[in-house]
Design a protein around this ligand. Structure first.
Ligand code: UAG
Ligand code: ATP
Ligand code: API
Ligand code: MG
Length: 513
């Protein structure tokens, strides 16, 4: 693409080098290692590294244009374009380079601490029943038109996002549903995507390693509704769907509602869309939904009250997009499982074993609250906390898990660069050791029966101990890694899948019917 076309709309602070705006740029890159002949390299000041340190590398690989935030010595045949914020420029350049793909798509962004992935799956199912061709971007993968791509991040970097949206539009996709993480909003990954609708699920503690305070975390999410979304909506009535059971959701309506005409949903609170009655069982959800004076029935195979909230979010979004109720109900009913979210891995006559992605205290509490009414024996929970992530959530998760479980096994999640035992130590701080004593793995193998917790740092051994000590009347919850098929220990990413391991152990320990 012609450089002068590419630079339209970019706030250029200065240009040095040949500055031949007529030159042709063959590709855009934010990672020097991806540069080739006639690339344009955008130097991004990162949190770990500084793209400006890789300009030489980009040039060596063939980059002819460098967009940067400060002057960097380069050879005279390189065009250097100075901008205030490399990340911001990257998004704009990418949008132009890819032909602004989101303008021809209906795009829904899902924002919130928990429930995003689940809601994208439900909406995907509704869109498909309604006859639309749906693309999804999220934690589990990026998928559209029969393609499935690994997701290095829940929300892709702006350039990757624009490229994928381009490919979606070229392959017949009409509707996109994207999880929009707080990191993505803060790091400007989605600023150049036109969203038609934003969904807010909830806000509870997570990612304070990055945001530092809940207020900052809220402000990051709010930015999506107050700065990224407004003006985008192709559907005049509502461009924002909000869970008003969540106090931050109520605040969001007050602070970002005016420009977005919110459609609210809730189970406990008065809302535009709410269940007039519902029934929760291990077979799923049955609910009568009230939309003003209108009523309709729906069923979902998903388990738990938190999933009723997720269903309401998807239903509200679909209503805002004017999808017929009949298609909404069929779409909800057909979406029977989200990988690694309360995924049942056991069979008949075995303890009920679930693999779930709860990695915050709120998620753990809601999942355990949802399972508790159905327990005939004990609830045994296996979990750990990720390394190099929010440390403040560790004791909170320890408290919730041990309060709601008869037996808790503390283990490792993805320890990353941290010492697994020190992460477990942080979790133990939240446990009331007077009422919930620490047992040893030996006591557990001898049939420890009372309430308590045990530390088994090796995750496979922990899952094995939980399942082997379970009776067929027990429920085992393996939380934190859900769909992940790897474990990150130090810098190594090793194959590891809770579901595979649990099934293997169940097979060798219990006979399924
Ligand atoms: C905290 C965070 O989000 N960091 C993201 C950010 O990294 P960064 O700014 O630190 O980048 P950096 O590593 O310092 O590098 C700076 C620049 O130098 C460039 N570079 C670097 C090396 C080199 O050889 N050549 C080169 O050009 C890099 O390409 C980059 O442009 O920008 C990178 C490029 O897009 C992302 O890969 C990286 O995600 C990291 C891997 C990450 O772990 N992110 C997580 C926390 C995250 O984003 N999570 C949310 C979901 C959370 C949830 O849902 O619970 C997500 O959306 O995935
Ligand atoms: N509405 C909800 N409220 C609270 N907890 C929830 C809700 N929905 C799901 N959960 C819990 O949170 C976990 C993660 O759910 P899901 O993957 O749908 O959320 P997410 O927002 O995409 O998370 P992430 O940010 O990690 O990608 C689930 O496994 C479940 O334990
Ligand atoms: N996307 C989330 C997922 C965490 C999942 C958990 N398994 C971990 O590794 O901490 C994060 O990056 O914080
Ligand atoms: Mg997700």
């Amino acid at each position: 693409m012609n450089l002068s076309v590419l630079l339209e709309g970019i706030d250029v602070l200065g240009i040095s080098g040949p500055a031949d705006k007529g030159m042709d740029v063959t590709s855009l890159c934010y990672n020097s290692r991806h540069c080739s002949q006639n690339s344009l390299f955008v130097a991004v000041t990162g949190l770990k590294a500084d793209g400006h340190d890789y300009i030489d590398d980009a040039v060596r690989r063939g980059a002819k244009v460098v967009v940067c935030e400060r002057d960097v010595p380069t050879s005279p045949e390189i065009t250097q374009i100075r901008v205030k914020n490399g990340r911001r420029a990257l998004g704009l350049l990418a949008r132009t380079f890819c032909g602004d793909p989101s303008s021809s798509l209906v795009a829904v962004g899902v924002v919130g601490t928990n429930g995003k992935t689940t809601i994208t799956y439900i909406l995907e199912s509704i869109f498909s029943v309604a006859g639309f061709c749906c693309g999804v971007l999220g934690t589990v993968n990026y998928r559209y038109s029969g393609l499935k791509m690994e997701a290095p991040n829940t929300t892709p970097e702006s350039l990757d996002l624009q490229r994928i949206l381009r490919d979606m539009a070229d392959n017949g996709v009409t509707h996109v549903v994207a999880e929009v993480s707080s990191h993505a909003i803060d790091l400007r990954r989605v600023d150049d995507c036109h969203f038609d609708l934003g969904i807010f699920t909830n806000l509870t503690q997570d990612h304070l390693d990055y945001h530092k305070t809940m207020e900052n975390y809220y402000q990051a999410k709010k930015r999506f509704f107050s700065e990224v979304l407004p003006g985008g909506g192709k559907f005049r009535r509502h461009s924002m769907v909000v869970n008003v059971d969540d106090p931050w959701g109520k605040r969001l309506v007050r602070e970002a509602g005016a420009a977005n005409r919110p459609l609210t949903f809730g189970i406990e609170e008065d809302a535009h869309i709410r269940p007039s009655s519902f029934d929760l069982s291990l077979n799923g959800i049955k609910a009568e939904i009230a939309v003003g004076p209108a009523r309709f029935e729906l069923v979902s195979p998903l388990i738990g009250k938190f999933n009723l909230s997720n269903v309401l979010a998807a239903v509200s979004a679909a209503i805002a997009l004017r999808i017929p109720v009949e298609a909404i109900c069929r779409g909800v009913a057909q979406m029977n499982a989200v990988p690694g979210r309360l995924e049942k891995v056991s069979g008949l006559n075995q303890p009920q074993v679930f693999v779930d992605y709860a990695h915050t205290d709120d998620a753990l509490r809601r999942v355990l609250e949802s399972l508790s009414p159905f327990k005939k024996g004990r609830i045994i929970t296996v979990f750990g906390c990720g390394g190099d992530r929010d440390r403040g959530k560790r004791p909170l998760m320890g408290k919730v898990a041990t309060n709601y479980s008869d037996l808790t096994i503390l283990t490792s999640d993805n320890p990353r660069s941290e010492d697994p035992l020190s992460i477990i130590g942080d979790i133990e701080v939240g446990i009331n050791r007077q009422s919930i004593p620490k047992g040893s793995p030996e006591e557990l193998s001898l049939g420890m029966t009372g309430r308590g917790y045990v530390v088994i740092p090796d995750r496979r051994e922990a899952i094995e101990a939980a399942i082997r000590s379970a009776r067929s009347s027990d429920i085992v919850l393996i939380a934190g890694k859900g769909h992940e098929d790897y474990q990150i220990i130090g810098a190594n990413r090793l194959h590891f899948d809770d579901r595979e391991i649990a099934k293997e152990i169940l097979e060798s320990s219990f006979q399924a019917d």
